[in-house]
Design a protein around this ligand. Sequence first.
Ligand code: FES
Length: 131
Amino acid sequence: MAEKKFITDREQLEKVAPMLKAPIKRQVFVCTGKSCSQVGGEEVMAEFDRILTEKGLRQGKGSKGRNPMGEIVLTTCGSIGFCSIGTAVMVYPDGTMYGQVQPEDVAEIVEEHLEKGKVVERLALIELGKN
Ligand code: FES
C-alpha cells in the first residue's frame, strides 16, 4: 500500500479539494437507511437535490449541474434511530433533526430553514442543545 501523504499547505489542499473554497453555511443529511428508504428517503433526497441545484445552493461540481461556490452540502446518511418516523433529515451546524419528512415538505425546509434560518417546527423533533 502506498504511503499516504498528509497535506498541510492550504493552497494545495484547496487544489485537490476545491470545495474548501466554497462559503459553506450548512450541511443537510438525508437518511437513506433501510427504513427511511421504505417511506421515501430516496425521493426526499432527490427533491433536495432538485431544489437546491435549481437555486444554485447545492455545492458541488459544475459538471454535475451544481455550484462549486454553493452554500449547502447535501449528502445521504445511514440510520440515526428515527427508523419508525422517517424520513430523517438533519441540518447542521444548527443541530436540527427532522422526522417524517416527505418530498412535499422539502421546499418548505429549503425556503424557511436553509434560506431564512427559521426551523420548520412542525417537523423538527430534536434541536440539539434545546431539548
Ligand atoms: S433508517 Fe433512517 S433513521 Fe433509521
